[in-house]
Design a protein around this ligand. Structure first.
Ligand code: FNR
Length: 192
């Protein structure tokens, strides 16, 4: 049974560099032999999490759809913009919704015993690096093991070509190596 990897970016922007990076990573994961699902979070809009709203209406239908995809996955490839030195509010809100326990689920089922590799890109000089430490902490705290290797790609406007592909072959090789490591790790854990 092949490893299933869910790929998403913490941006809604149509021309998002992080969505471009997520698509590059999805391609790397396919090359590593995984069954890959790329999700554009813009296709799964959900309100800012509010416990009153949840008590009245239950977990938002798009959060439930996303959770199902997460539950069906062995690992995640996540890439996020950096807003004011942290990962995006969209990503936090999505994770907050997905962390809620749906009927028939165990606590934090969408995140526990999952593996992730995390990435960022931004037009700035540090590529969103500051947000990655915080994203690592968040995911680790809810049961997802985050690979040690991570990549933040600076100067995004020059890093991608018009097709949304990475200009640097060396950088692509690094992404392929990390993605392959994620797939291999998920595979090992499945066999356990
Ligand atoms: C930014 N941006 C930004 N960039 C960065 O490297 N470090 C930062 O702290 C911030 N802070 C920040 C705050 C806010 C509110 C906005 C709107 C933007 C720039 C940001 O990286 C840039 O807009 C990216 O292009 C956003 O990612 P996507 O949408 O291209 O994936």
């Amino acid at each position: 049974m092949s490893v299933k990897i869910l790929v998403f970016a913490g941006s809604l922007r149509k021309q998002s560099y992080n969505k471009q990076l997520a698509k590059v990573l999805a391609n790397c994961a396919e090359k590593a032999g995984a069954e890959v699902t790329y999700v554009d979070l813009a296709d799964f809009p959900m309100p800012i999490f509010n416990e009153d709203d949840e008590a009245e209406n239950g977990i938002h239908e798009n959060a439930l759809k996303l959770k199902q995809m997460m539950n069906d996955s062995d690992g995640f490839l996540i890439t996020s913009p950096e807003y004011n030195g942290s990962y995006s509010g969209l990503l936090k809100n999505t994770i907050d919704w997905a962390s809620r326990q749906a009927d028939g689920e165990s606590v934090l089922q969408s995140f526990k015993n999952k593996y992730a590799a995390i990435f960022a890109t931004s037009p700035g000089a540090f590529g969103g690096l500051r947000g990655l430490g915080q994203l690592r902490l968040l995911l680790s705290g809810i049961g997802t093991t985050v690979l040690a290797d991570q990549v933040a790609i600076p100067k995004a406007a020059e890093a991608f070509d018009e097709q949304g592909l990475l200009v640097s072959e060396k950088r692509l090789q690094t992404l392929q190596r990390i993605t392959t490591e994620l797939v291999k790790t998920c595979n090992r854990m499945k066999l356990d």
